[in-house]
Design a binder for this molecule. Structure first.
Ligand SMILES: C[S@@+](CC[C@H](N)C(=O)[O-])C[C@H]1O[C@@H](n2cnc3c(N)ncnc32)[C@H](O)[C@@H]1O
Length: 229
């Protein structure tokens, strides 16, 4: 039994921002995962661990096979599901993934030992706040899937290390639809996330050095392309 996530966690994943029947169609009609990924998907569902939902899996497959990135950075490993998915669909990529939760780190290590067949993945243990500034590589694909209020804090360090033409995918940016509301209508405990996401939109949606698009998959993806410094 995984202790890090209670059955009441992932509140926003149960508030679909797209009609429920369409979400269900996307989850059942698109090609399922298989092998190790299937095992990890079932484990995550059983243990309530918030991995990317199937509609995002299908989108990642398409994106990664089309872009064929060589250097991938992920913030938020959890049990390693999305890192292993990226490894499968970007077989020539080197993947660096960061997590700070010891329970998740233990599970991710076991899963990488079993399923990272080409040894593409390096797991960095610790808070991304401390690790990002130490990274020496530059990346062409970055996946941010961690604490939502911190995305805007991580962004400058990530942009410094992103190649021109590189892509950042940021997960869970709709806060179950709350981002479209006035802050007065947001529960007090959710306002730090709300403010963090709105600062992120301010820094990214209409600036010359980035091309941005919001995609209503899962709890919302923000995709950014770096056009220059
Ligand atoms: C939503 S889960 C990641 C799911 C994973 N990307 C997947 O789809 O398979 C978020 C993870 O981010 C990690 N995390 C959150 N904030 C972090 C931070 N500041 N530094 C490092 N890891 C962080 C949590 O420990 C958690 O394991």
């Amino acid at each position: 039994m995984v202790e890090s996530y209670s059955k009441n966690a992932n509140h926003n994943m149960r508030r679909p921002v797209v009609k429920e029947e369409i979400v269900s169609f996307m989850r059942t009609r698109q090609k399922p995962v298989s092998g190790g990924l299937k095992e990890l998907e079932s484990f995550a569902q059983r243990e309530n661990i918030p991995i990317i939902p199937h509609e995002t899996v299908a989108y990642f497959r398409f994106l990664l096979e089309s872009l064929a990135p060589k250097q991938i950075l992920e913030i938020g490993t959890a049990i390693g599901f999305s890192a292993l998915l990226m490894a499968e669909h970007a077989p020539h990529a080197k993947i660096t993934t960061i997590d700070r939760n010891e329970e998740m780190i233990g599970l991710a290590k076991e899963n990488f030992a079993r399923f990272d067949v080409r040894k593409q993945i390096t797991l960095l243990e610790g808070d991304a706040v401390d690790i990002l500034g130490t990274l020496e590589d530059s990346y062409d694909f970055v996946f941010m899937d961690s604490a939502k209020s911190k995305y805007v804090v991580f962004l400058p360090e990530i942009l410094k290390r992103l190649k021109t033409g590189g892509i950042i995918v940021i997960d869970d940016v709709f806060q179950g639809g709350d981002v479209a509301k006035d802050i007065a209508d947001i529960r007090r405990g959710q306002r730090t996330i709300y403010r963090g996401l709105h600062s992120l939109f301010e820094e990214t949606l209409d600036v010359p050095h980035l091309t941005a698009t919001l995609v209503p998959l899962g709890d919302g993806l923000l995709l950014l392309r770096k056009n220059g410094d």
